[in-house]
Design a protein around this ligand. Structure first.
Ligand SMILES: [Fe+2]
Length: 256
């Protein structure tokens, strides 16, 4: 059973009244810091999602090469593990296979919600999991390098990215988690690493939040801290927009 969202925030009052918007932004930033994500609901039709999100850092081009990706099910791709199809995904952080830092934030907003069951984005905060690790496991996760690779679907699309990183690193005092339940080579790695991967993947099954979209909803989360995934769906009209937001030290200092 999925947990209940604590970060839903109504944008019904978003307007040209800057004072009102300032107080909404303060709450938004608090939810993002405290819970690691925000689910903005009741978002007005004329709300500019991309402009709002640009306050949090530079956008990094997605698999399409565009700064704002269209996430729709691609024909002929349901036979592979791939973000661009209709099958379920396994828990992961975005960009584990990137050579440099993974995106600090990920954000999705809904153009067309899927009819019928499924198509939720699922999330789990790893902060309590990481806080409960033994010193020994933490040390292994910080020192054992793992070979990550992109999904089978991305490889079919010609994006064959690989990178070697420990699962845990730090930037400016912030913990960066790179996590993939399946796109990682575990041959010969310390048993503590695979135990952590398996335990956390199992925990995701019971502890995740499931976010169901209405049109214009915005879901924005800390990709260094939360795992995400997706439930299966049927409706080929499901359409989300997606941005990957690079790390900005100004954001870390709370200066937005
Ligand atoms: Fe993803």
């Amino acid at each position: 059973m999925a947990a209940t969202s604590t970060s839903a925030l109504s944008f019904a009052e978003w307007s040209t009244d800057s004072q009102l918007n300032d107080s909404l932004c303060r709450l938004y930033a608090k939810y993002l810091t405290d819970n690691g994500y925000v689910h903005a609901v009741d978002v007005p039709e004329d709300f500019d999602h991309a402009s709002f999100l640009s306050r949090f850092g530079e956008f990094r081009p997605g698999p399409s090469g565009k700064l704002i990706d269209d996430v729709t099910p691609e024909a002929g791709m349901d036979d592979v593990y791939y973000g661009g199809n209709r099958r379920p995904l396994l828990p992961h952080t975005e960009g584990y296979e990137f050579a440099g830092l993974p995106p600090r934030y990920l954000a999705l907003w809904c153009v067309t919600p899927p009819a019928g069951e499924g198509g939720e984005t699922t999330l789990m905060d790893t902060a309590p999991v990481l806080a409960g690790l033994s010193e020994q496991t933490r040390h292994v996760l910080r020192t054992q390098r793992l070979a990550f690779h992109g999904s089978a679907g991305l490889r079919r699309r010609g994006l064959d990215q690989h990178a070697s990183h420990p699962m845990l690193t730090s930037v400016d005092g912030l913990t960066v988690l790179r996590f993939s339940s399946n796109n990682v080579d575990l041959d010969g790695v310390n048993a503590a690493v695979s135990a952590f991967l398996n335990r956390t993947t199992e925990m995701f099954e019971s502890a995740h939040l499931a976010i169901r979209y209405q049109r214009n909803d915005l879901l924005h989360w800390d990709n260094w801290r939360l795992l995400h995934s997706r439930t299966a769906f049927e409706d080929p009209r499901r359409h989300l927009k997606r941005v990957q937001i690079s790390y900005s030290s100004d954001v870390a200092k709370g200066t937005i």
